[in-house]
Design a protein around this ligand. Sequence first.
Ligand code: SF4
Length: 290
Amino acid sequence: MAINPEIRLSNDPREKSADLRVASHPDGLTTATRRDAVQPDALDSPRNTSPGLRATPELLDELRAQSDSLEAATPAEIINWAVERFGTKLTMATAFGPEGCAILHMLADIAPHTYVFNLDTGYQFPETIELRNRLAHRYGIEVDLIRPEMTVQQYEAENGGPLYTTDPDRCCFDRKIVVLRKALLGKHAWMSAIRRDQSPDRARASIVAWDARFELVKISPLANCTKQDIWKMITDHDIPYNPLHDQGYTSIGCLPCTRAVMFGEDERAGRWSGTAKTECGLHSLGEVKT
Ligand code: SF4
C-alpha cells in the first residue's frame, strides 16, 4: 500500500484550528470532526474510569462496514477517521518501533493531543527511552510511560529472580497486559501499529474491529503496509527511529528478550529467541469477526 504523500509535518500552532463540529453516534459518543480537534483541556485522564463501549450488534455492524470501507484507505485517512469517530476516547499504545514512529509522525499533524502511552516494563533498552525523548522534541508528543506497580527490583525479589527466563508469559502478563488494561480504562478505541505481513496471527487483523480481549475498538492503520512502506516514510520524512535497527535489531522489545537477527531470518526472529513464544499477548487476536 502506498503511503499518503500528502502527509505534512506541521506543529505551527497558527495552522491549528480550534473549530469543532460535533456529531452524535448511536452509542452516545460525541466525536470531534476537525483536524486537531482533540484539545489538551478536553483530554480524559489516562486513569479515566468512565464506562467503556459495549459491543452491541449495531456497533459491530458499524465496525465491520467501516473496516471494509477503509481497506483501500491510506494510513493517514484511517487515523483521520479514528480521530473523528472517537475523539478524546481514542488512544494509542506504542513500543516505539518504526511503525509506531510513523503513526506518531502522522498523528502530529492530524491530532497531536491524542493520548499516547508506552508500556514501560522496566526492561526496555536505554535507546528506546531515549527515542521517546527525541520524538517528544520533534513532534511535541509526550508519550506517557506507564509502569507496573512493582519496580523491576521488587518484582524480581518477589519472584526469586527474573521471570523472563523461567516464565516469560507470566512476566509479559504482569508487566504489560495488566498495565495495558489499566491504561485502556474508559477509552473506546486504541490504535496499534501492527502490519499484516509481520506474522500469520497478525495477517488476520482487521483495519477496525472489536477487541474482545480488552473490550474496546482496535484500529490498525498500518495493517496493509509493508516493511518497505514504513521505512520509505521514515526516510522520506526523516522520522526519528531506534538506532538499534541499524545494528540488526529488526523488532525491538525488552532488552532481555530481544536479539539482533541474522541475514535472512524473519524480522521477529529476535524476539524471545529460542522459545516458542512469539507475542507478548497485546496483539494476540481477540477480534470479534462479525
Ligand atoms: Fe518480561 Fe521479556 Fe515480556 Fe519484557 S518481553 S515483559 S522482559 S518476558
